[in-house]
Design a protein around this ligand. Structure first.
Ligand code: SAM
Length: 291
């Protein structure tokens, strides 16, 4: 019988035997708790017809669980020192492939074509390196990869911003970007004690159910995101003041206020009160105006 990797005893044994030392700069906090792993894997909804992409397998704690559930697992790891360890612990699983590289630099479309051509669906499942959480998630979403779910352990504060609804202080351009591409749902919060070494920030597991179609129609996606960014530039300012600084610096306020009215948005509102539909309407009205 194999012993699970994610226990304090086995993890310490593996890293000591290989003389491995943690690199903080690579966000290396390894999971040593079976309960949390079960929750992460269950949230991904895998089965023997599905594929899983893991980012940052570490010493394979989550990888071996994914291997038990999915028909194909590909794990991308940046730290070369982990490759011999992964080779050893994942030996029982011929359907697991480790790719050495930086996920932010990889051509993921090509990776998908190579690795996942024969599965019924793919989910990303990972305990992410916290120093690059947002760039990794935005890359996965913006490239419109054929993904079902993204289930990831991230900083609790970032998870809350991603899942936030209009009206609160967590709601901002990150919430809108993530919700344009997916339906986020907090799975659980996670105590520090499930990692070695323990991270300094609080953690949570979030599931992003990737949308097949965006929930709103925007004429020009990059302009839509530009309008969102501009609207939140200074959170305490009204939407009218933020948009004026960005798009109408030299003109009178009347024209902007007429456009806001056309979009059905009172100029005195703050960006944090606008929902996705209102931002879409606003950016479509501003785009028509030729900005
Ligand atoms: N999955 C393991 C676990 O749960 O125990 C390790 C998780 S640890 C939080 C993050 C992992 O991501 C580390 O193994 C680290 O080396 C790797 N990593 C960091 N930056 C990366 C990048 N840009 N591309 C791929 N892997 C990366």
């Amino acid at each position: 019988i194999r012993e699970d990797i994610a226990t304090p005893r086995r993890t310490k044994e593996i890293i000591q035997r290989h003389g491995f030392s943690f690199k903080k700069s690579l966000g290396q906090n390894f999971l040593i708790d079976q309960n949390i792993l079960s929750k992460i894997v269950a949230a991904a909804g895998l089965d023997k017809t599905k594929g899983a992409l893991e980012i940052g397998p570490g010493i394979g704690a989550l990888t071996e669980k994914l291997a038990e559930e999915a028909c194909k697992v590909t794990a991308v790891e940046i730290d070369q020192r982990l490759l011999p360890i992964l080779g050893e612990v994942l030996e029982p699983f011929p359907h697991v492939q480790v790719v050495h590289g930086d996920v932010l630099k990889l051509d993921l479309k090509e990776l998908f074509a190579q690795q996942f051509s024969d599965v019924s669906g793919v989910s990303v499942v990972a305990n992410l390196p916290y120093y690059v959480t947002t760039p990794i998630l935005m890359k996965l979403l913006e490239e419109k990869l054929p993904l079902e779910n993204i289930v990831v352990m991230i900083q609790k504060e970032v998870a809350e911003r991603m899942a936030a609804s209009p009206g609160g202080k967590e709601y901002g351009s990150l919430s809108i970007a993530v919700q344009y591409y997916s339906e986020p749902e907090l799975v659980c919060t996670v105590p520090h004690s499930v990692f070695i070494p323990q991270p300094n920030v609080e953690s949570a597991v979030i599931r992003l159910k990737v949308r097949k179609q965006p929930p709103v129609q925007v004429e020009d996606e990059s302009f839509f995101f530009e309008v969102v960014q501009a609207s939140f530039a200074q959170r305490r300012k009204t939407i009218s003041n933020n948009l004026k600084s960005r798009f109408f610096p030299k003109e009178g306020r009347e024209r902007l206020e007429a456009l806001l009215e056309e979009a059905g948005i009172a100029p005195s509102r703050r960006a944090e009160t606008l929902d996705l539909h209102e931002f879409a309407k606003l950016s479509n009205v501003l785009a028509q105006f030729g900005l």
